[in-house]
Unconditional design. Structure first.
Ligand SMILES: NC(=O)c1ccc[n+]([C@@H]2O[C@H](COP(=O)([O-])OP(=O)(O)OC[C@H]3O[C@@H](n4cnc5c(N)ncnc54)[C@H](O)[C@@H]3O)[C@@H](O)[C@H]2O)c1
Length: 266
């Protein structure tokens, strides 16, 4: 893949800032990493898949680095964050984006599936936010954006465990935003809708099987629910994350911003 196209920075204040993007190797996290790099942000891609993170770091350029981090484990997050600070020379922005999903009717969800979704989606946000925020408090500046979901606003059928894990992200985001507001640290979340990524490809296959329809029908149903009339792309989310990191979002904290093409409107 060729390097990201060079575009004129829209938020010049972001140039030179230092970011950790978890789950940044592919999908939405990759698009966020690339969009930040285009603003002149030096990005650390923290991912459980180090080889994929290294490929993405090389693709997006701008001095991006890759760090292996499993967001489920405190020791791994502490070590990974320390490595980011050492190699970048600091950290100003955390994008807690790593997430997983599995799909099951609610009455069939196993303990293991519940715990897997909560370990990555909820504990991963807790650990990365807490460890980064301690650093931000020490340095007197910082900004956090968590990737929640449409499923954090409305209960998603066949994704009850995922939905619960993402509702929790918004509760945490609001509480942390209130606690850190006086320290100059903003904490927000984005809530994407039906985004074309590898996670979506897996979900389409599962949902087709569970509903007894074709994968094409599942995708058509996603688009039919979307007033703007197409599947969401990772870049649609990334541009909003960049805005939330910018000084133009200086009076926004504790928000869960819908980026769904209108699927959900309040
Ligand atoms: N795709 C969608 O439709 C959609 C919609 C709403 C919200 N989201 C959320 O957006 C985020 C990104 O989703 P995506 O669609 O790009 O998914 P994806 O599966 O395409 O990518 C997820 C990335 O997270 C990494 N990851 C997984 N477990 C990890 C762990 N324990 N530690 C560190 N990294 C880990 C993966 O290696 C991968 O690089 C997730 O939080 C997801 O829940 C996605």
């Amino acid at each position: 893949m060729s390097p990201s196209p060079v575009v004129a920075p829209v938020f010049p204040e972001l140039a030179g800032r230092l970011a950790l993007v978890t789950g940044g190797a592919v999908g939405i996290g990759r698009a966020i990493s690339a969009a930040l790099a285009r603003q002149g942000v030096r990005v650390a891609i923290g991912d459980i898949d180090l080889a994929a993170a290294e490929r993405t770091a090389a693709d997006i350029g701008g001095g991006a680095i890759a760090v292996r981090i499993d967001v489920r484990e405190r020791a791994a997050v502490e070590a990974g964050f320390a490595e980011v600070v050492a190699r970048l020379g600091g950290c100003d922005l955390l994008i807690a984006n790593a997430g997983v999903s599995t799909m099951k009717p609610a009455l069939e969800i196993t303990d293991a599936e519940w715990e897997f979704n909560f370990a990555v989606n909820t504990r991963g946000v807790f650990l990365t936010n807490q460890i980064a925020a301690r650093h931000f408090v020490d340095t007197g500046k910082g900004c956090i954006v968590n990737t929640a979901s449409l499923a954090a606003k409305v209960g998603a059928p066949l994704l009850a465990h995922y939905s619960a894990s993402k509702f929790a992200v918004l509760g945490w985001t609001q509480a942390l935003a209130r606690e850190l507001a006086g320290k100059g640290i903003r904490v927000n979340a984005v809530c994407p809708g039906f985004v074309a990524t590898s996670m979506q490809s897996r979900e389409v296959e599962w949902e087709a099987g569970l509903r007894g329809v074709t994968p094409e029908q599942v995708i058509a149903d996603y688009i039919a629910q979307t007033p703007l009339g197409r599947l969401e792309q990772p870049e649609d989310v990334a541009d909003v994350v960049v805005f939330l990191c910018s000084d133009q979002a200086r009076f926004m904290t504790g928000q869960g911003i819908n980026v769904t093409g209108g699927v959900y409107m309040t």
